[in-house]
Write a protein that binds this ligand. Structure first.
Ligand SMILES: CC(C)(COP(=O)(O)OP(=O)(O)OC[C@H]1O[C@@H](n2cnc3c(N)ncnc32)[C@H](O)[C@@H]1OP(=O)(O)O)[C@@H](O)C(=O)NCCC(=O)NCCS
Length: 152
């Protein structure tokens, strides 16, 4: 299994993986498959340039991804974390979250459905703490090397 950051020329790779995740697990993400599938490649090109994105591949197959939406004041929001069902339970999710934490220069926040046990277990194990819960959505936060806590 190899983890690496996508470069700006890899928009098609991002599109394939993100669409697969939205189709496989529609209830855990904010975005919808239909809306994303209708986007032209130029939108994915902009996303891969603007949002640092990491993938894990197993041979020729991409099996996981994560990205961060950076905040202007440092740190950012961890988004789009997904591991293909055939690759779960082998530490891929953990490696992806660590990639975001190593990149961030301030607190990392994320939102997760309160019903998403596997994801919450992972975040808790990796040192995130529950910050707030509203209407079934939890917000978790973790300081990084220069982050002192939750952003204001
Ligand atoms: C949540 C998700 C990303 C976790 O990915 P994952 O690759 O299975 O995560 P990990 O393997 O790092 O950890 C999961 C479990 O496997 C265990 N594990 C890790 N490495 C292992 C190994 N080598 N052998 C056996 N088990 C292992 C971990 O201890 C962990 O157990 P836990 O349930 O007690 O916490 C994945 O389930 C997923 O994509 N879900 C759907 C999308 C989603 O919910 N995304 C998050 C939206 S907020």
């Amino acid at each position: 299994m190899e983890l690496r950051r996508l470069d700006p020329s890899e928009a098609e790779r991002l599109r394939a993986l993100r669409l697969r995740s939205l189709r496989a697990d529609p209830l855990v993400f904010g975005g919808s498959y239909d809306e994303s599938a209708a986007r032209p490649l130029s939108v994915w090109e902009r996303q891969v340039a603007d949002l640092p994105t990491w993938v894990v591949s197993d041979g020729d197959a991409d099996v996981g991804m994560v990205r961060i939406a950076p905040h202007a004041e440092g740190g950012g929001e961890l988004i789009s974390l997904w591991v293909a069902p055939e690759a779960r339970g082998r530490g891929v999710g953990e490696r992806l979250v660590h990639a975001v934490l190593a990149w961030a220069d301030g607190p990392v926040v994320l939102e997760v459905r309160a019903s998403n046990g596997p994801a919450i277990d992972l975040y808790e194990r990796l040192g995130f703490t529950l910050d707030a819960e509203t209407e079934g959505t939890q917000r978790w936060v973790r300081a990084t090397r220069s982050g002192a806590g939750a952003p204001r």
